[in-house]
Ligand binder design. Structure first.
Ligand code: UT7
Length: 348
């Protein structure tokens, strides 16, 4: 049995910087409120037209592939995590395959929001371990800016999220105790509606207290109505406090699970790269686990919450900054919509 190692890593963020102050042009908010509650100072937004979840993923992937000393033609499987795909279907995996001129390899799309990259990494890890694939491209990419409510009504959600992409190439290694040591995945659908975008969807609203008004007709017509755009039903919803409360429990829990599985302790962690949900959540985790400042990496200040892209972007920035060296113990962890959460422990 092989172990999987991250052979190459890359990230891409769009050039358009929107500071907290910039957002005050669209909604009633302030730099003070956003920084105090989230730690975010600015975020990047993709070009409205011409830049997509897939095109950003292509940029991040090119870097990861080059750093892995391989080529797009050598990639033998694609796993793409996003909640903001270019199309409702097909997923971004096939668009990436096409845009990068890859062979007719399998392309799997992952819909696990903030923990999407950890889920994707875990799936890739299993395929490498069994010897099924040798060069898997794992991507997390998001273009949130296409669908957020930039009026005051949507401010508690829209100020948090940003656009960007991160990618890794996973390859087998026979070196003992190297690469991904273990991954741990969880879900609890009890609060599925607390952080969600309900439409378009086949539910017709049955899981919700308030049902949207669909047109009177025998079949169809339940995709999206003009009224839903006007009353805000079409936009993502989030019970921020419920998410926060659950996140600060589940993050430490799933990190502890990964350490226990490998007979390691928090002292052994060189660097924790948590999903960048909110700086206060990261600080809470750090305090709970009694980690020092050098053991936790945060970059939410610059990019906001980029959901499935946040872990690979942060991991890549930390690596580029020289904070990750061979032999280091790296812990990845994420929590988000679903709720779903997970962790990965990596010996670099
Ligand atoms: O990756 C997982 C994704 N999500 C998360 O991790 C989210 C976790 N939760 C959070 O980060 C926080 O709950 C938020 C940052 C979303 C909100 O912070 P909060 O401290 O929970 O604030 P709140 O929702 O309780 O709102 C407090 C006040 C409200 O006004 P009133 O009712 O006290 O008058 C809001 O209307 O702040 C108001 N508010 C804002 N004010 C200025 C909400 N959003 C904004 C805003 N600017 N952007």
């Amino acid at each position: 049995m092989f172990q999987s190692k991250i052979a190459g890593i890359g990230y891409y963020v769009p050039k358009n910087v929107y500071t907290n102050q910039d957002l005050t042009r669209f909604m009633d908010t302030s730099d003070e409120w956003i920084q105090e509650r989230t730690g975010i100072k600015e975020r990047r937004y993709a070009d409205r037209i011409g830049e997509t979840t897939t095109t950003m993923a292509v940029e991040a992937s090119k870097i990861a592939i080059e750093r892995a000393n391989t080529t797009a033609e050598e990639i033998d499987f694609i796993i793409f995590a996003t909640l903001s795909p270019d199309y409702y279907f097909p997923g971004c995996g096939v668009l990436l395959q096409r845009e990068m001129g890859m062979k007719e390899v399998g392309a799997l799309d992952i819909r696990n929001q903030c923990s999407g990259f950890i889920y994707a990494l875990s799936v890739a890890d299993q395929f490498i371990k069994t010897g099924m694939y040798k060069n898997i491209l794992v991507v997390g990419s998001e273009k949130h800016s296409f669908a957020l409510d930039y009026s005051t009504r949507g401010r508690s959600v829209s100020v948090i999220f940003g656009d960007g992409a991160g990618a890794v190439v996973l390859q087998p290694t026979t070196e003992a105790d190297k690469g991904i040591l273990s991954t741990h995945l969880h879900s609890d659908g009890a609060d599925a509606e607390k952080l969600a975008m309900y439409y378009p969807g086949a539910s017709g609203g049955i899981w919700l207290d308030e049902k949207p008004k669909w047109p009177e007709q025998e079949l169809g017509g339940m995709l999206m109505t003009a009224e839903m755009l006007e009353d805000g039903t079409a936009f993502p919803v989030m019970d921020g406090q419920a998410v926060f409360k659950k996140a600060v429990v589940k993050f430490p829990e799933v990190i502890g699970e990964a350490l226990a599985k490998n007979n390691l302790t928090t002292q052994d962690i060189t660097l924790l790269v948590p999903h960048q949900a909110n700086l206060r959540i990261s600080q809470f985790i750090q305090k709970t686990l009694k980690l020092n400042d050098d053991q936790v990496f945060n970059n939410i200040q610059k990019y906001g919450n980029t959901t499935a892209a946040s872990v690979p972007i942060a991991l890549c920035e930390a690596w580029e900054a020289g904070k990750i060296k061979e032999g280091d113990l790296i812990c990845l962890a994420a929590f988000g919509a679903g709720f779903t959460w997970g962790s990965a422990l990596i010996r670099w």
